[in-house]
Design a protein around this ligand. Structure first.
Ligand SMILES: Nc1ncnc2c1ncn2[C@@H]1O[C@H](COP(=O)(O)OP(=O)(O)O)[C@@H](O)[C@H]1O
Ligand SMILES: [Mg+2]
Length: 265
């Protein structure tokens, strides 16, 4: 246990019944029928914070993101986003509140141009043409590689560019928080690094970011805090330094991603 007493779940601060963080999960338990995937998870993401969700395969990370997005029902617990209790809410409503999950596997529309993909992203909050176009231009300034390829079909972009496009498209919804499930998967190490630097710069604009990552060292290079899961339970949490300084933890949960050496193109 990196922070707090052994066996004690972290409590969102300040304590109390009124949610104050961008995202708060309180004692969240999720089951797939008879299979308990997540048990009693408590954690939070603050304004402008990058928070990494770490842990080996099958530890419950994706389940947590799906529960937050409204794609899975909670067995127990509560989730607050920007002062609203969102457990049981439909996914589309969660998006409208400003919580956007970037789809896994960079689900861009391959037969549409980069620009058209961005335009489609602007519709999720029902905004009008001119405002959407202004947002696209603003994002092209932030992502110059996408600007250079604005008329190119999204399916012809490199893996890294498609991931950037998926993020830019998500930002078109003007979210207050982004969630990403293993965005570095299949990308070359240098592109993975750039991707995480981009996430860091988005957080510095005030966006909350919750990111699942197998490569713990990569996520911890930019994260403000991390939570480590093991078989559905929170086993450690804290700042990158706190997590890395626990030798046992590094060996058990944080080393595998690096050793596995995923990522090629
Ligand atoms: N649709 C499902 N039906 C039944 N069990 C599932 C389903 N999805 C995930 N699980 C189980 O829930 C646990 C957590 O899975 P998941 O959240 O995908 O883990 P992670 O993202 O950390 O790899 C695993 O034991 C997995 O087998
Ligand atoms: Mg997963």
């Amino acid at each position: 246990m990196t922070n707090g007493a052994e066996g004690t779940a972290p409590v969102a601060e300040p304590k109390g019944s009124i949610p104050t963080q961008v995202l708060e999960l309180h004692d969240v338990t999720v089951d797939y029928g008879p299979v308990r995937a997540v048990e009693g998870f408590t954690g939070w993401v603050g304004n402008g914070e990058v928070v990494a969700l770490l842990g080996s395969n099958g530890s419950g990370k994706s389940t947590i993101l799906k529960a937050v997005s409204g794609l899975l029902p909670l067995t127990e617990g509560r989730i607050a986003f920007c002062g609203h209790w969102i457990q049981g809410m439909k996914p589309a409503r969660v998006v409208r509140l400003g919580l956007v999950q970037i789809p896994q596997g960079r689900m861009v529309f391959p037969d549409q141009t980069v620009e058209a993909n961005m335009f489609l992203g602007g519709h999720s909050r029902g905004r009008a043409g001119k405002a959407v176009r202004d947002d696209i231009e603003e994002l092209f300034e932030r992502f110059p590689r996408l600007a250079d390829r604005r008329r190119q079909l999204a399916g012809t972009l490199s893996g890294g560019e498609q991931q950037m496009l998926a993020i830019a498209r998500g930002l078109m919804a003007r979210p207050r928080m982004l969630m990403l499930d293993e965005p570095s998967l299949g990308l070359a190490p240098i592109i993975q690094q750039q991707l995480f630097e981009t996430l860091g710069s988005l957080a510095s604009l005030g966006l909350g970011i919750l990111v699942i990552e197998q490569l713990a060292h990569l996520a911890l290079s930019i994260a403000d805090r991390g939570y480590v899961l093991d078989r559905g339970r929170l086993v450690a949490w804290g700042t990158p330094d706190e997590l890395r300084s626990s030798g046992k933890l590094v060996e058990a949960y944080l080393g595998s991603g690096e050793a596995a050496g995923r990522g090629s193109g």
